[in-house]
Design a binder for this molecule. Structure first.
Ligand code: TXA
Ligand code: MG
Length: 320
């Protein structure tokens, strides 16, 4: 990888590369982010692959302004108030996805909500302005490792990724995450902006993530192990189409009458990019036709591990 000095030319070339679906590391005021165009599912899949995440956690999508954020998410009064006070800055808001939201379902890990943040780092802001796309960006480190706050940390731990050098990150910890999905503002992750500052802005205390499962599902879906389960029973490791089943195929050996195929060439990155969108589609079709969903076996290496993690949770969820 190369460290780019963040001259105007480098910034504009990174913005172009992001629009072309590449994954690059960029500075933000909290930590360095591993960024990709959030509207391109295959680019988002590449983030998971590079980080070697064993699960698909939903990713934070970065936007240039509150106006841009409102193209993708629904802002209630609380969300508006917090965005106006703390954006640009180290605050992420989880809001409902808008109908026809162009951000890939993989970035939301199949949830109906979306995590949005408007960063204040001038280089991140300029890239967002030039790219004119929302950028999904988790911290630029391999899964389970420390978040990088210096470009050299990214270079050491993700040697194949090009990094735009924005110096050391001012905040140094990830953003604070607040859930704005219902009447209550929920404190989902402590981070760069203190709880006290947020409560002072709202004029009332934040709600903690409930421990009771039903409430947790409603208020903080991203914190649950199971992010998405279809409404109909889902079975894994199926190889044949049965009468009461829609089969989601994988690879070239799939039977001809599969309902859909995650990747006809058996490409795990492509399968990841298609996963949540395919499940949503088949879920609707299966409900309408009163059928179950079956999924063909997915190899357990690379991104296959994350796909199998999601599928087995979805299968378990409906069996109970
Ligand atoms: O400071 C930051 O926030 C850094 C920089 C790069 O901006 N980004 C970052 O992103 O930490 P990420 O993708 O690693 O944060 C993901 C976390 C998830 O683990 C989850 O807790 C929360 O954000 N999250 C994302 N989408 C969510 C959703 N729809 N509902 C609830 N939580 C969500
Ligand atoms: Mg992280």
């Amino acid at each position: 990888m190369t460290l780019y000095p963040a001259s105007p030319r480098d910034i504009s070339s990174f913005a172009k590369r992001l629009r072309n679906g590449e994954v690059v590391a960029i500075p933000t005021e909290t930590v360095y982010g591993l960024a990709a165009d959030a509207t391109q599912a295959d680019a988002v899949a590449a983030i998971y692959s590079i980080k070697e995440r064993p699960q698909f956690n939903p990713l934070i999508c970065h936007i240039a302004s509150l106006r841009m954020a409102k193209q993708y998410g629904v802002f209630n009064e609380t969300a508006n108030k917090l965005a106006k006070e703390f954006w640009p800055g180290a605050l992420t808001l989880v809001v409902p996805r808008k109908d026809n939201c162009k951000i890939s379902e993989l970035a939301s890990a199949g949830l109906h909500s979306l995590a949005l943040r408007c960063p204040s780092h001038p280089i991140a802001a300029e890239i967002l302005r030039l790219a004119k796309r929302p950028l999904a960006a988790p911290s630029a480190n391999p899964s389970g490792r420390l978040s990088p706050t210096r470009p050299e940390d990214v270079r050491r731990t993700l040697p194949n990724i090009d990094v735009l050098d924005g110096g050391y990150c001012e905040v140094g910890v990830e953003s604070t995450i607040i859930g704005c999905l219902g009447d209550m503002a929920v404190y989902l992750r402590a981070g760069g902006i203190s709880r006290g500052d947020i409560e002072a802005c709202l004029g009332e205390p934040l709600t903690d993530v409930p421990t009771e499962k039903g409430d947790a599902a409603r208020l903080a879906p991203g914190r649950l192990v199971r992010h998405y389960a279809p409404h109909v029973p889902l079975h894994i490791n199926c190889t044949q189409v049965k009468e009461d089943m829609l089969l989601l195929g994988f690879g070239a050996d799939a039977p001809a009458d599969v309902a859909d195929n995650l990747s006809e060439t058996g490409d795990l990155c492509e399968a990841t990019a298609n996963l949540f969108a395919c499940l949503h589609k088949l879920d609707l079709q299966a409900q309408a036709e009163n059928k179950h969903i079956g999924v063909m076996p997915i190899p357990h290496h690379g991104l296959g591990e994350a796909i199998n993690d999601r599928l087995s949770r979805a299968a378990e969820a409906v069996d109970k």
